[in-house]
Design a protein around this ligand. Structure first.
Ligand SMILES: Nc1ncnc2c1ncn2[C@@H]1O[C@H](COP(=O)(O)OP(=O)(O)OP(=O)(O)O)[C@@H](O)[C@H]1O
Ligand SMILES: [Mg+2]
Length: 371
C-alpha cells in the first residue's frame, strides 16, 4: 500500500516484457542508473540492443509517467546501445542534447521555402496525431496549398503505412527526394529503415535525424510543412523547435479528461518555447451514424472545448470515431481520400479550413511567396 515511488517505478518497469529475451526489462538488466527524485522527476538509462524493439522505450516511458507522484514532464530516459559507443555500462551514458525538463534557448533556423511549419502533437500516444497530420495535409492540398509531411516519430513512424508507401526515397544531387502521395510530399525514417528492423536511431540522435530531414531533403517550395510528432513532450519536440522556426502547433486530444491533461502538458510545452498553439483537434469524439446522422458520445464529452478554453486556442474540429478508418489507414487509404463524405472526413476538412484561417491570422505573409 505504502510502497515508495522508487518501488512503484521499479515494479512498473518489471511489468514490461522484452519479447526477445522473454524476460522483463528489470530482470533483463536493461534499466540502469535509476534516479527517483522526491519532486517526482525520474531518470534512468535504458540499454537497448539493436535487436530489441524500440517501442519498449515508449512503453517504459508511458508506464512510468502514468504512476501517481511522477512528474510526467520530468521523465528522462537516456537510451544507450550496449554494443555502441558508450563504453562503460556503469559510467555516465552518452548525453542527450537537451533534457525534457529544461527549457532550452532555441536557436532555430528559418527554412523559408518550407512555408508554415505546423507540429501535430499531443502529450499522449494513440490519440490520432498521425491520422490528423496525414488527413490535414491532404485536405490542405485539396485547398490548393503545397504541402509536405515530415514524420518525426522515429520510434514508430506511421506515415509510410498511412500513405501506403514503402519505397526508398531516391537520391539525386546529394539530396533525398521526398516521396509524393495524394499530392503530399513525405519523408519518414520508415522509408529508410526496414519495417521490422530495430530502429537503431534512438532518442539521443533524434536531433540529427530532424536536421537531416530538414536540410538534406529536396522539399522544394511549400506552403505548409506538417510535422507528425511522437507522443509526449520530450526530445523530439525540443529538437524540432530548436532546429526550425515552428509557426504553430496543433494539439490532438480525445474527449476524456485524462487525455486532456496530457494534451494540456503538450500544449504548455510549446507555449514555453514561444510556439503558439494554432488549434485543438478533438479526435474519437463520439460516433455519428452515417445513415441517420445520429450522434452518440461514447466517452465523456467536451475535452477539446475544455482544452481550447484553457489555452485560448480555437477548437479546429471534432472528429468522430469512424469504424473503418483504422482498417483503411492500415491499407494506405487516408479517410479523406477513401471516404470523403464520411463524418470524419468532413470534420478533418473543416479542421484544415479553420487551421488555415487560424494560421493566416497569426502570420503576416507566407514567406514562400518571395519566390
Ligand atoms: N477518428 C477515428 N476513428 C477511428 N479510428 C481512429 C480515429 N482516429 C484514429 N484512429 C485509429 O486509432 C489508431 C491510433 O491513431 P494514430 O496512429 O493516428 O495515433 P497517434 O496519436 O499518431 O499514435 P502514436 O502516439 O502511436 O503515434 C490508429 O489505428 C488509427 O487508425
Ligand atoms: Mg503517430
Amino acid at each position: 500500500m505504502s510502497d515508495s515511488l522508487q518501488d512503484r517505478v521499479t515494479a512498473a518497469l518489471a511489468r514490461i516484457r522484452n519479447p526477445r529475451l522473454e524476460n522483463d526489462l528489470l530482470s533483463a538488466g536493461m534499466i540502469r542508473d535509476l534516479m527517483v527524485e522526491t519532486d517526482g522527476r525520474i531518470a534512468f538509462t535504458f540499454l537497448l540492443a539493436r535487436e530489441d524493439p524500440a517501442t519498449l522505450v515508449r512503453e517504459a516511458r508511458n508506464a512510468v509517467k502514468a504512476l501517481d507522484g511522477v512528474n510526467p514532464d520530468g521523465v528522462k530516459i537516456t537510451v544507450v546501445d550496449p554494443a555502441g559507443p558508450a563504453k562503460s555500462s556503469h559510467g555516465p551514458p552518452a548525453p542527450v542534447p537537451q533534457s525534457a525538463g529544461s527549457v532550452p534557448a532555441p536557436t532555430p533556423t528559418e527554412f523559408p521555402k518550407l512555408g508554415r511549419v505546423i507540429a501535430v502533437s499531443s502529450g499522449k500516444g494513440g490519440v490520432g496525431k498521425s491520422t490528423v497530420a496525414a488527413n490535414l495535409a491532404i485536405a490542405l492540398v485539396h485547398l490548393g496549398h503545397r504541402v509536405g509531411v515530415m514524420d518525426a516519430d522515429v520510434y514508430g513512424p506511421n506515415i509510410p503505412r498511412m500513405f501506403g508507401i514503402f519505397e526508398k526515397p531516391p537520391v539525386t544531387g546529394g539530396k533525398m527526394q521526398p516521396i509524393e502521395a495524394h499530392g503530399v510530399k513525405l519523408m519518414s525514417l520508415g522509408f529508410l529503415i526496414d519495417r521490422d528492423a530495430p530502429a537503431i536511431w534512438r532518442g539521443p540522435i533524434i536531433m540529427k535525424i530532424i536536421q537531416q530531414f530538414l536540410r538534406d531533403v529536396n522539399w522544394g517550395d511549400l506552403d505548409y510543412f506538417i510535422v507528425d510528432m511522437p507522443p509526449g513532450t520530450g526530445d523530439a519536440q525540443l529538437s524540432l523547435v530548436q532546429s526550425i522556426q515552428v509557426a504553430g502547433a496543433v494539439i490532438v486530444t480525445t474527449p476524456q479528461e485524462m487525455a486532456v491533461g496530457d494534451a494540456l502538458r503538450g500544449a504548455k510545452m510549446f507555449e514555453k518555447v514561444n510556439v503558439p498553439v494554432f488549434g485543438i483537434v478533438e479526435n474519437m469524439s463520439g460516433f455519428t451514424d452515417p445513415e441517420t446522422g445520429k450522434h452518440w458520445n461514447l466517452f465523456s464529452e467536451g475535452g477539446g472545448a475544455r482544452l481550447s478554453a484553457e489555452i485560448g486556442a480555437p477548437l479546429l474540429a471534432k472528429i468522430p470515431l469512424q469504424p473503418d478508418l483504422a482498417e483503411l489507414a492500415d491499407h494506405g487509404q487516408p479517410i479523406i481520400i477513401a471516404s470523403p463524405t464520411s463524418p470524419a472526413a468532413v470534420a478533418l476538412r473543416q479542421a484544415a479550413v479553420t487551421l488555415h484561417q487560424s494560421a493566416a491570422k497569426r502570420s503576416v505573409a507566407l514567406p514562400i511567396l518571395q519566390g
